[in-house]
Design a protein around this ligand. Structure first.
Ligand SMILES: C[C@@](CO)(OP(=O)(O)O)[C@H](O)COP(=O)(O)OP(=O)(O)OC[C@H]1O[C@@H](n2ccc(N)nc2=O)[C@H](O)[C@@H]1O
Ligand SMILES: Nc1ncnc2c1ncn2[C@@H]1O[C@H](COP(=O)(O)OP(=O)(O)O)[C@@H](O)[C@H]1O
Length: 284
């Protein structure tokens, strides 16, 4: 038997860090949502007790470093599953981009294997398992739109933002999330976004206010290390995106755009700067 799952990319509409915790993680407050850019994952039963990963993408690990492998191993160990699985990852989400591609693959693997092996694991338990794999995995288990607190695993689902276009552009650099958090001085953040105002804009369906309130404290670190990300933000604003922000730890920059007539100009303008550009819709 075979099952398929879609693993969409996430963006952070706001990302605030409250303080650095004793366990080394940062206490965050993030508003997260998903966009219609997704990896596609195929999972097929194997009679032998083994996990095999393949992918058309030449640039991700296919061994135990792959988050989908880790998700499969975790669920097999925890539920004492003796069968094996062959997992094929059709990667569409750029890697190490701030779009949680690996986390979403891990979450989709948990959902898919729950079905394939008829384990009947509830959503909350899947999220608890996900938290063992990474801070963004619990959100990716359900997707939608949510406020994430703790290190990202404490989730409060909220309604979707007003529908719009999302133009994503990833400069050709790889950013390490742990390096960016590591270089953040949580006591010297210059400008915290207002989660309350972001939530109010979503609740009241005020697109322009949402664009004004976008904010990500990790920009302070990433933009200093990689000036091309700042430049990309400026270009996207100049081209007419309504709101522009870096997603997660970067380096992907996204622009929210309400008018379809503007999207082609922004997309084409950005293609002059980098080849990884996408124009997609929010996944509402
Ligand atoms: C920044 C965010 C925003 O959504 O996304 P990405 O840029 O990775 O997409 C997340 O917080 C990333 O989540 P994720 O990529 O799952 O992180 P993890 O694997 O748990 O941790 C990677 C590294 O980041 C640090 N980390 C992560 C989360 C957190 N709240 N505080 C941290 O300090 C950890 O110390 C670890 O060294
Ligand atoms: N299934 C996967 N897809 C993409 N990257 C993966 C996967 N499994 C492990 N990785 C590794 O995880 C790291 C972060 O990848 P990714 O989740 O795409 O980035 P981010 O956390 O910035 O959104 C990369 O170094 C990559 O090699």
């Amino acid at each position: 038997m075979k099952v398929f799952e879609k693993a969409p990319a996430k963006i952070n509409l706001s990302l605030d860090v409250l303080y650095k915790r004793e366990d080394g993680y940062h206490e965050v407050e993030m508003v997260m949502t998903m966009v219609d850019l997704a990896d596609r994952i195929e999972m097929q039963e194997l009679p032998r007790d083994t996990i095999i990963i393949s992918s058309q993408a030449g640039y991700i690990p296919l061994d135990e470093k792959n988050l989908a492998f880790q998700a499969a191993r975790l669920i097999k160990d925890r539920y004492d599953v003796k069968q094996g699985v062959y997992i094929h990852l059709d990667k569409k989400i750029p890697v190490a981009a701030g779009l949680a591609g690996g986390s979403s693959d891990a979450a989709a693997t948990l959902r898919g294997l729950n079905r394939l092996w008829r384990l009947n694991i509830g959503t909350e338990e899947l999220q608890r398992l996900g938290a063992e794999l990474g801070s963004d995995v619990p959100f990716c288990v359900t997707g939608g739109t949510a406020v994430a607190r703790g290190r990202g695993e404490k989730l409060e689902p909220i309604e979707a933002p007003p529908q719009c276009w999302v133009v994503l552009a990833k400069p050709p650099i790889n950013v390490s999330t742990s390096e960016i958090y590591g270089k953040l001085n949580a006591q010297e953040i210059h400008r915290h976004p207002s989660t309350d105002r972001v939530l109010a804009a979503i609740r009241e369906k005020r697109f322009d206010e949402l664009c004004d309130e976008l904010g990500n404290v990790l920009e302070e670190v990433t933009l200093k290390l990689y000036p091309e990300v700042r430049q990309l933000k400026e270009v996207m604003m100049r081209l007419g995106a309504d709101g522009v922000l870096m997603s997660g730890s970067g380096p992907t920059v996204f622009g929210l755009v309400s008018k379809e007539s503007k999207v082609a100009r922004i997309y084409n303008g950005l293609r002059g700067f980098c080849k990884d550009v996408y124009a997609v819709r929010l996944l509402t």
